[in-house]
Ligand binder design. Structure first.
Ligand SMILES: [Mg+2]
Length: 187
């Protein structure tokens, strides 16, 4: 039986690529982790459609040119293209923190925008992030939060968070392996 494809949401900085302070603001600074393509390919093959959900207030602050975000998207897609798939859409909240934009994480607005745009069923969907605000966004969206330590968080830290993750992994690669092993066990 053909299984329907499921959505999977990914934070960008610290999950797909190295995070830097203050912002990943140019294509030169967009340093994709060496395991990212393998991890995303595993998820694609396991039946997941991938959506990036990322705060980029550097744009509103005048640090990150909006066209650089587009170049980073193109770089990511060019890395995935040889494997026959793409990120379905990159959602960015470019508003400043103090604007309290409904898209800005920890609010779930970008996940809901993806749901509405693509008619997604969020039931049981995974959200992979590296920060407490990602976990809170996932909780508010009703998705399953997974934390990776390749960004700003470290083991043990999430115990004090209001919205702790369901599970934690060193990187996206281990998270992808865990998801795929669970999914294959269900068939
Ligand atoms: Mg991040």
């Amino acid at each position: 039986m053909l299984m329907p494809r499921k959505p999977l949401f990914l934070d960008r900085d610290g999950v797909l690529n190295r995070d830097i302070t203050p912002y990943v603001s140019t294509l030169d600074e967009f340093d994709v982790f060496p395991w990212t393509v393998e991890a995303l390919t595993m998820l694609d093959r396991a039946g997941f459609d991938l959506y990036v959900i990322s705060n980029q207030q550097g744009v509103a602050l005048g640090i990150t040119p909006a066209e650089e975000l587009e170049k980073m998207n193109a770089r990511m897609q060019s890395l995935l293209a040889p494997h026959g798939f793409q990120i379905r859409k990159f959602y960015y909240c470019t508003a400043k923190m103090d604007e309290e934009h409904e898209w800005r994480k920890p609010s779930p607005g970008m996940v809901f925008a993806a749901r509405d745009e693509f008619g997604l069923d969020l039931e049981g969907a995974f959200f992979i992030g590296d920060k407490d605000t990602d976990m809170e966004c996932s909780h508010s969206a009703g998705t399953r939060a997974l934390l990776v330590y390749s960004g700003v968080s470290y083991p043990g830290e999430s115990i004090s968070w209001g919205c702790p993750p369901e599970k934690e992994f060193p990187t996206l690669l281990e998270a992808a392996r865990w998801i795929v092993s669970k999914e294959s066990g269900r068939r």
